[in-house]
Design a protein around this ligand. Structure first.
Ligand code: RIB
Length: 305
């Protein structure tokens, strides 16, 4: 790591439309749901909010549409204390939207219409090189175009930032070498790790197989988050297993985002990786006890650690 404190997050911002149901709808089924909510979401914006609520100096690079959803997202990010000087607007697409179904087990299913997030271009990243040059960490996900992320990771490495990719949602095609070669730390969940490595994760052994396969693709450091079981990591060839905090989950939306944002803040403060994973686990364990994406993300004083 370096001693620069700014965390730059390159990613998506969505308006989440959430309905709770008793079970996920089957093909052709019309289900009666309840508790409709419109919330702030998007993996990038969620991670930015998590970082800001943990006390990180957070800059968000993204794109929203020239519409009311975009206006609200901007107002919200400002209210969270996030630097939005590098947030772009487009008239070509509407602001990103996610349709989310949650069920009593706490699981969800999400359909995202990327909209303006899909218009975030490599040029938009190049125009933010000045702020990337000041960043200690550049944190990315996969809800914006891969070409854009390749540029963000390249500029991050050029300026000696620690680059983190949370490969969510799970990539449908192999991640390009130009991206992986500039990533210092990959944080997939079990599904994402399986899509990338081809190894189905059932236990610690298979998680290690997935980690070893991904390392051969050129990423040195990997943390696989395994939901209620915690995280398994290989950092600088050291194996680390960190159990999760035991809680009753009611909605896991944005749990991974909360983990990534909180872990980034802990690393930017110089915590070692094990302590940073524990910090991320604690933050996400609180988020799953609440409904919604950004609504569920805790503030630092709630972590008591
Ligand atoms: O990770 C949760 C997020 O995924 C939601 O907020 C939704 O917008 C989708 O991006």
């Amino acid at each position: 790591m370096n001693n620069k404190k700014i965390i730059v997050i390159v990613g998506s911002a969505n308006t989440d439309m959430v309905i709770s149901t008793d079970h996920f709808p089957l093909p052709g089924e019309t289900l009666m749901g309840k508790n409709f909510m419109i919330n702030y979401g998007g993996k990038g914006a969620n991670q930015a909010v998590a970082a800001a609520r943990m006390g990180g100096q957070t800059v968000f690079i993204g794109k929203v549409g020239d519409d009311n959803f975009g206006n609200s997202i901007i107002t919200n990010l400002i209210s969270e204390g996030i630097n939005i000087n590098h947030l772009h607007r487009t008239q070509e697409s509407p602001t990103g939207v996610a349709l989310i179904t949650t069920v009593p087990s706490g699981e969800n299913s999400i359909i995202v219409n990327a909209g303006a997030n899909g218009q975030l271009k490599a040029e938009d990243i190049q125009s933010s090189e000045d702020v990337i040059a000041q960043a200690g960490i550049v944190l990315m996900q996969l809800e914006t175009p891969v070409a854009t992320l390749i540029e963000a990771a390249r500029l991050g490495k050029k300026h000696r930032a620690f680059t983190i990719l949370n490969p969510a949602p799970a990539p449908a095609t192999p991640l390009p070498q130009e991206l992986l070669e500039n990533i210092d730390l990959l944080i997939p969940n079990e599904t994402e790790a399986c899509s990338i490595s081809g190894v189905e994760i059932k236990d610690e052994d298979t998680a290690m197989q997935a980690i070893n396969t991904i390392q051969k693709m050129g990423v040195k450091n990997i943390i696989i988050t395994v939901g209620s079981k915690g995280a398994i990591a290989k950092m600088d060839n050291k194996l680390i297993t960190v159990p999760a905090f035991k809680v009753k989950a009611i909605d896991t939306t944005a749990a991974g985002d909360t983990f990534c944002g909180a872990l980034s803040v802990a690393l930017s403060e110089g915590k070692d990786i094990e302590a940073a994973i524990r910090f991320g686990n604690k933050a996400s364990s609180i988020s799953v006890t609440r409904k919604g994406a950004q609504l569920s993300i805790p503030h630092r004083d709630e972590l008591e650690m």
